[in-house]
Design a protein. Structure first.
Length: 424
């Protein structure tokens, strides 16, 4: 075989390897912008300059500028667990640093994809139980609502695992789960004559479906001028939120459920219950909100397969997010505090990712979104019932978007890029 033929064969092999790596990063929840940038840095580190990449959410296109050959690879795999995402990020970083030859990529990618995740369905159920209970505690719902949220959350986790078996059912999962959750809570409230129900007794069991990572990636892509992908993701994220609000509204109309208007709050705007209530109708002490933060983080870690180390990191991120909201809300208001906290946590996540290959920023930042966005979901769902909270919901959501986009621009300027000569 001539030298030219050997070179062409190597570049074809490299193109296949890079396309498989790009698909792996997409399954890890990385934005198309970050996937493209990472692949370009990897080609420089590996001496494969001349390969250009076009990245879409379900497609990687590799163009060999020297030969004109084009390779398109469709992404047909499922999403990775948080632990799998961390391994994918570590592999990408090691390749950028020149620690692995491109020829080793297929075997390492296959190893990550084939990593077993035992009892995944049970983890979804247990994780959503803890997540729902944590959110209900965080917003100081009455004890009966906390217990109900945990039980309904476990059932919703089971419904999600069943719907995930049918590809077409995934699209309606936000509506179905929101409808089921609201119907169960509404039926319980009616049977026990509990009167108006706290908002987060309804929203907490379905918060796991809030498209936080999707919206974050959309904002990153819009910031980097990936307009088509970013706008499509953002629109889909808003549609998911609308489906959830519609499911809550439908369940409330079916059961006659009424939301307690005094229970509407964002993080940092915790409702203080009446001291006259006793027993199951009383609310937890204020310091219990920190237990709610830990439960929320643990639930996310279990549901998304983080493992012990990443779950502990998630707890730290959630505590930082909650502390930021509590600190800034009295100074600048809840809307601005939400965007400011989101921006700070995003910058921290990017810095951690830059200096620790095992901790991708999407794994670090997504839990923060699950804490910040449910407030918006709750207000939107209330608006579908009373029409009085749309302005507040939009203000908070816009603040969140501005905070994340500003942080993305800052990190791109301040944080130095990975160099092939660096060492972990």
């Amino acid at each position: 075989m001539s030298d030219d033929a050997a070179t062409d064969e190597h570049r074809r092999t490299a193109a296949h390897a890079y396309s498989a790596l790009g698909c792996l990063l997409l399954d890890a929840g990385t934005s198309v912008t970050d996937v493209r940038d990472s692949l370009e840095r990897a080609t420089v580190a590996s001496g494969d300059e001349g390969l250009a990449f076009s990245v879409l959410p379900q497609l990687i296109i590799v163009n060999d500028v020297r030969t004109g050959a084009v390779l398109a690879a469709g992404n047909t795999h499922g999403e990775l667990s948080f632990r799998g995402a961390a391994r994918a990020n570590r592999l990408m970083r090691e390749l950028e640093l020149g620690h692995w030859p491109v020829g080793d990529l297929p075997a390492r990618i296959q190893s990550i994809r084939e990593t077993p995740r035992p009892h995944a369905s049970m983890h979804w159920v247990v994780g959503n139980l803890l997540l729902a209970g944590g959110l209900a505690l965080l917003f100081r719902c009455p004890w009966w609502a906390i217990v109900a949220s945990m039980l309904v959350g476990a059932f919703v986790g089971l419904v999600i695992t069943l719907l995930a078996r049918w590809r077409g059912a995934v699209a309606i999962a936000p509506f179905v789960t929101a409808f089921v959750s609201t119907t169960l809570v509404g039926t319980l409230a009616s049977a026990m004559d509990l009167g108006p129900v706290p908002l987060f007794a309804v929203c907490a069991p379905i918060a796991i479906l809030v498209p936080g990572a999707l919206i974050t990636n959309a904002l990153l892509e819009l910031t980097a001028t990936d307009i088509v992908t970013g706008s499509a993701r953002l629109m889909y994220g808003l549609i998911v939120l609308a489906f959830m609000a519609a499911g809550i509204s439908a369940g409330a109309l079916l059961t006659g459920l009424s939301i307690d208007p005094d229970s509407t709050a964002l993080v940092g705007q915790v409702v203080r219950g009446s001291s006259d209530l006793v027993g199951w109708e009383s609310v937890p002490p204020l310091w219990f909100t920190w237990i709610g933060v830990v439960m929320l983080a643990a639930g996310i870690g279990i549901a998304f397969g983080s493992g012990r180390s990443l779950t502990l990191l998630t707890i730290c991120v959630m505590a930082l997010t909650y502390a930021g909201i509590v600190l800034f809300a009295p100074l600048v208001g809840n809307a601005v505090a939400t965007g400011l906290t989101a921006g700070i946590v995003f910058v921290v996540a990017r810095i951690v990712e830059r200096y620790s290959a095992a901790v991708p920023s999407n794994v670090t930042f997504q839990p923060a979104l699950l804490m910040l966005v449910p407030g918006t979901v709750g207000l939107v769902s209330l608006a579908t019932l009373e029409g009085s909270a749309v302005t507040a919901a939009l203000t908070v959501f816009i603040s969140l978007c501005v905070g994340v986009k500003t942080a993305a621009v800052l990190t791109g300027v301040v944080i130095p890029p990975v160099r092939a000569s660096a060492r972990p």
